[in-house]
Design a protein around this ligand. Sequence first.
Ligand SMILES: Nc1ncnc2c1ncn2[C@@H]1O[C@H](COP(=O)(O)OP(=O)(O)O)[C@@H](O)[C@H]1O
Ligand SMILES: [Mg+2]
Length: 244
Amino acid sequence: MKILEATSLAKRFGPVQAVADVSLTVRQGEIAGLLGPNGAGKSTTLHMLLGLVTPDSGTIRMFGLDLARHRTEVLSQVNFSASYLGLPGVLHVREVLDSFARMYGLRQPRERVDEIVELLEIGPLLRRKVIELSSGQQTRIQLAKALLNDPRLLILDEPTAALDPDAGDRIRGLLVRVARESGKALLITSHNMREVERMCDRIHFISGGRIVATGTAAELASDFGVEDLEEVFLKVARQGSIHI
Ligand SMILES: Nc1ncnc2c1ncn2[C@@H]1O[C@H](COP(=O)(O)OP(=O)(O)O)[C@@H](O)[C@H]1O
Ligand SMILES: [Mg+2]
């Protein structure tokens, strides 16, 4: 079943055509990657999928429903986390999670927070202020927040960008475990090619606002006649729009 189906998305900001033609799908239980150079249109694409930016044209269907027409119903089953989103530093972790749980209108907010705290092993952090936490710990809290509403689709914009290799590795392990155990679909952007090779079932390459290639890491490497995803990335980034 298709969790997400985006067709021919486009978005212009004044003179900048941020997204020109993006079509992509994410299937049930799939970890999908959206890769491409800086400025390629990844974040704008994600923001359109999240209803934060209105596309100039194209359609977005999630869980079989049109996002524009069923916005509340669709978005209640999605969540988002990004390296550039901060949490309120002066609040304690417990207050942050309780606030989001109430904001999401969860039926048993306290119980759900406890469940997520156990899943992500963040019990020892609950009484700490957000500002006191390391980047790795803050990322963990961001993920906890993003899992509170038990989303069927979790969208993550460079979730490990601010993390050292060890913290990044822990977060990756956690994400894969959560996705596999609960059958959630993930759509993730990253500039860490090893991370993407390890995590993603399918990868969409975007360049100049267009999807230029889609496949598994192995399929892409083979199609581009190179060894690995890093080399695919370099070809895409340097040659711009390649159609295979
Ligand atoms: N709100 C905005 N206003 C104006 N230009 C924007 C805005 N958001 C993104 N852009 C521009 O759109 C292009 C794509 O940006 P973005 O989607 O952030 O790329 P990526 O996430 O792949 O680095 C860039 O040229 C960027 O400067
Ligand atoms: Mg971005």
